[in-house]
Design a protein around this ligand. Structure first.
Ligand code: B12
Ligand code: SF4
Length: 464
């Protein structure tokens, strides 16, 4: 039997910078769980085109919310050609009924514990509509063949996941809906085996927080130290409170960490479940991480109810003052399954249900203290300013431990800015009321004359 496993892109016309691409671990895990009698081919649409007429028996599609419309379109096309389609991932887990409108079968949650059963059912012509095994045990070793796939990318980055589940229910996050609230671990010896088998020199841990369970983290860091790899991952900034753990992370090869700072507003930080509620302490923590020789990547979110138009320049000033090497500048996105989705729905503040726009960089709701258009423009303006050559160069000497990461990440984000800038006028005309634009700048639709600073308050624009 031939199985195609597909990861669709959000928009086929916009491909992300190739060197930022990392193999889709979920598809490789499914391939690893598939008995060797079957032939499996993985297609990541960001890198490779999909041939809808390719011979196969079963198609598996993975999707999150933003690429769900594309996943559904592909599912329809494959079904028209007589293929059976199974869909899985974050979005179908939360919206299984919607996904079943397009696919023959949906895997809710994790694939471990259901995939082989699904294949057996399919072989006997008894494919069920739904498969669901909540919080499966992660002890079993799944062989991954990641060694070959990295050749298609500029960087040889190997994705590894060591834990699943999160005990916190942040208003804007849907992770507990997928993995549950209890942290589960992959045995450390299996993680080591994955790394060794991959042959990779740079490992990216996909965990939401690599130090979520500090005891497990210590065991993991100790076990990978002799491998001589370099690694990156997401961590809570609370790592600075445990100097021993930070040191162990560094000694085990940690060269880059991604921190969800989210906001630099004191009010917002206080309202969130954050380990650090004080901007001053946050600034100190950034210095501690950097002085330990670890590259600091910050993730910020714009659009909280406490945010105003001043938030954009304030965030820019914070990032530049702290010489943050690179940052993802996101827009608050009410993903289905999150508390914030429910709240904004009840308050009548959602402006679209087109999932394509639920991508962390498009405004899909009415913010409290500005218009959707101003939020969209403000985020783009901040990204523009932060990825200007002059800003990149100014921050470089403070991030001299990792000059290549600094340049690669900033160039990658500049490319993202350029893509977002190009699609801005079309987006504005589709999503935001025209009055917004005419009131602020009649020339907003013309790329050559469009200036984002037109949407920033004059007083703060001057201060910059
Ligand atoms: C790593 C990661 C990334 C990496 C992806 C690297 C890569 N190529 O793998 C990067 C940084 C690139 C990324 C980007 C984005 N991400 Co992301 N990411 C994650 C993260 C942390 C882990 C995902 C992962 O790979 N897990 C490991 C695999 C094994 O687990 P899994 O994907 O859940 O798959 C399991 C099941 O879902 C199921 N399954 C999955 N697919 C399929 C398919 C079939 C057929 C079957 C049967 C089963 C099945 O089986 C798997 C094993 O059990 C999650 C948070 C999380 N904890 O899930 C966010 C997350 C998935 N990302 C999210 C978002 C929003 C994004 C972005 C849109 C943000 C942005 N604008 O930058 C982009 C989109 C990029 C794109 N073009 O699609 C959101 C998705 C929310 C939603 N409802 O859609 C999440 C949940 C984060 C969050 N807290 O909100 N992300
Ligand atoms: S944002 Fe992080 S801490 Fe909050 S629920 Fe999601 S994974 Fe957990």
């Amino acid at each position: 039997m031939k199985i195609l496993l597909i990861s669709p892109c959000i928009d086929i016309d916009i491909k992300r910078p190739r060197f930022l691409m990392i193999p889709q671990l979920a598809l490789h895990m499914i391939a690893g769980l598939t008995p060797s009698e079957h032939d499996v081919r993985i297609i990541e649409e960001e890198i490779e085109d999909i041939d809808l007429d390719e011979e196969c028996d079963l198609v598996g599609i993975s999707c999150m919310t933003a690429n769900a419309p594309r996943a559904y379109m592909l599912a329809d096309e494959f079904k028209k050609r007589g293929r059976k389609v199974v869909i899985g991932g974050v979005h179908p887990t939360i919206m299984p009924d919607e996904a079943l409108g397009y696919a023959d079968s949906v895997v809710i949650g994790e694939v471990e514990g259901v995939w082989e059963k699904l294949l057996d059912d399919f072989k006997c012509g008894k494919l069920k509509r739904r498969y669901h095994e909540p919080c499966p045990n992660l002890d079993r070793y799944i062989p991954l063949r990641l060694r070959k796939t990295t050749k298609k990318r500029a960087f040889d980055v190997i994705p590894v996941m060591t834990t699943r589940g999160c005990p916190y229910h942040c208003e804007f996050c849907c992770v507990h809906n997928i993995y549950g609230s209890k942290i589960r671990h992959v045995p450390v010896e299996n993680v080591v085996r994955d790394i060794v088998d991959s042959g990779g020199r740079f490992i990216l841990f996909l965990d939401d927080n690599i130090i979520g369970d500090p005891v497990y983290a210590q065991k993991l860091f100790r076990a990978i130290t002799p491998l001589g790899i370099r690694w990156g991952g997401q961590a809570s900034i609370s790592i600075v409170k445990n100097k021993g753990l930070l040191k162990m992370a560094r000694e085990s090869g940690c060269s880059a960490l991604f921190f969800g700072i989210e906001s630099v507003s004191q009010t917002q930080l206080k309202g969130m479940r954050k380990s650090m509620h004080d901007v001053e302490k946050l600034e100190q923590a950034i210095k501690t991480v950097r002085s330990s020789g670890i590259f600091f990547h910050a993730s910020m979110i714009f659009g909280f109810d406490s945010d105003t138009k001043e938030t954009f320049p304030e965030t820019l000033v914070f990032l530049e003052r702290n010489k943050i090497s690179s940052a993802s500048l996101n827009i608050l996105t009410p993903y289905p399954g999150t508390r914030i989705y429910q709240r904004l729905l009840q308050e009548g503040r959602l402006i679209t249900n087109d999932w394509r726009f639920y991508d962390h960089k498009t405004v899909v709701f009415a913010p409290k203290n500005m218009t959707p258009f101003e939020l969209q423009a403000g985020r783009l303006w901040t990204l523009q300013e932060f990825t200007r050559l002059s800003s990149i160069v100014k921050r470089l000497p403070f991030n001299f431990d990792h000059p290549l990461y600094h340049l690669a990440m900033n160039i990658g984000h500049r490319k993202i800015y350029e893509n977002d800038y190009t699609r801005f006028p079309e987006l504005a005309s589709r999503l935001f009321p025209l009055t917004d634009i005419t009131k602020l700048n009649r020339k907003a639709f013309s790329i050559s004359t469009f200036r984002i600073t037109d949407f920033i308050p004059k007083s703060t624009a001057k201060a910059l």
